[in-house]
Design a protein around this ligand. Structure first.
Ligand SMILES: Nc1ncnc2c1ncn2[C@@H]1O[C@H](COP(=O)(O)OP(=O)(O)OP(=O)(O)O)[C@@H](O)[C@H]1O
Length: 259
């Protein structure tokens, strides 16, 4: 089988916080259309790695390439335009806005027309707004949140808020989507829904997804590739079954009492 081209390449990435080596020489390749999971016990460096991809942290050394670009040349507010979307561990929604309003905010990065045209809502701005609303409707349908489309986010149960957060990230039109602990705090049914949506992101929308995830059932069920960190060091990479059987991985989890 011909392998898909890589969309993200992390090469020899390291990060030090003062005297603490949070990540050491991490090299990971993510291919287009893959669901990749970053796992590891607490403090392993997963969030640090995410934050470097999202440009919130500057690496101490190493490289990150996204498609044909050096990601280190960009700042966090460039990510949406580059084609990278993310969700946040603590929801980053506009709580008093409705679901639709939150999704439109997500789309803002791609609206081109100027502020004045927006005020008068004519010409290009009106056409853009119409297109944005149509696109938002497609996301609403995809995530099966039609019934709550006009509800303020603040009144929704946590599981649905997380789904809206996924929608907000999708509204930035990503080719690569980073999901940070999507299912933590969710019940079984909400977790299964999210897992199904992640598979649909790959299969129906052709997105590449990277997840930080503590829920091993989700990781093992839906990942194409799993990358394991322990104390900032990459200890295994591969398909879920191979990683789960790797003695170094079993050791890392058992050694810390699981996670
Ligand atoms: N801004 C920071 N300043 C100093 N140390 C930090 C900072 N961010 C992370 N660290 C440290 O780096 C190490 C890796 O932390 P990180 O949050 O990346 O781990 P993690 O794998 O995401 O853990 P968890 O699963 O608990 O979220 C930890 O020892 C943490 O205390």
């Amino acid at each position: 089988m011909i392998e898909a081209p890589k969309i993200l390449e992390i090469r020899n990435l390291s990060k030090k916080f003062g005297g603490l080596q949070a990540l050491s020489d991490v090299s990971i390749r993510v291919r287009q259309g893959e669901i990749a999971s970053f796992i590891g016990p607490n403090g392993a460096g997963k969030t640090t790695l995410f934050n470097m991809i999202c440009r919130l942290y500057q690496p101490s050394s190493g490289e990150i390439r996204f498609e044909d670009k050096n990601l280190l040349d960009f700042r966090p507010h460039h990510l949406a335009r580059l084609g990278i979307g993310r969700t946040f561990q603590n929801l980053a929604l506009f709580r008093h806005g409705t679901v639709i309003e939150n999704l439109l905010v997500g789309m803002h990065a791609h609206l081109q027309a100027g502020v004045l045209a927006g005020v008068f809502r004519f010409g290009r701005a009106a056409a853009e707004e119409r297109r944005a609303r149509e696109e938002v409707e497609r996301i609403v349908e995809f995530l099966e949140i039609e019934e709550i489309r006009n509800s303020p986010v603040s009144v929704l149960p946590y599981g649905l808020q997380k789904r809206v957060e996924m929608g907000r990230a999708l509204a930035t039109r990503p080719r690569l989507l980073l999901l940070d602990e999507m299912v933590s705090g969710m019940n079984q049914e909400e977790t299964e829904d999210i897992a199904r949506f992640v598979l649909d992101l790959r299969d129906e929308l052709g997105l590449t997804v990277i997840m930080i995830e503590h829920d091993m059932n989700v990781v093992m069920d839906i990942s194409d590739m799993v990358h394991v960190l322990n104390f900032g060091v990459p200890i295994a990479s591969g398909p879920p079954a191979a990683v789960a059987a790797d003695p170094a991985v079993i050791d890392a989890y058992l050694g810390r009492g699981g996670s």
